[in-house]
Design a protein around this ligand. Structure first.
Ligand code: SF4
Ligand code: SF4
Length: 68
């Protein structure tokens, strides 16, 4: 199982995680302050391959991929 941890404070909604995930496991959602934030899709924990491309691609260091 892979846990997708996102630091909401750091995320700027740039979409680089989405661009760099070959499995399309990230999406952008509207946040309460009018900005966009990343979110792992519902099935991400089950099907993510743990490659950490999203973590490496995030310019804000907002993603932590934990493989358990
Ligand atoms: S790459 Fe990082 S800052 Fe950009 S949307 Fe994804 S989590 Fe947020
Ligand atoms: S670890 Fe790899 S497969 Fe999993 S969400 Fe990130 S980029 Fe996608």
């Amino acid at each position: 199982m892979v846990i997708h941890i996102l630091d909401i404070e750091k995320c700027r909604g740039c979409g680089k995680c989405i661009e760099n995930c070959g499995m399309e496991l990230w999406e952008l959602i509207d946040w309460e302050d009018g900005t966009k934030k990343a979110r792992a899709v519902e099935e991400a924990a089950e099907i993510c391959n743990g490659c950490k491309c999203c973590q490496d691609a995030c310019p804000e260091d907002a993603i932590e991929i934990r493989v358990e």
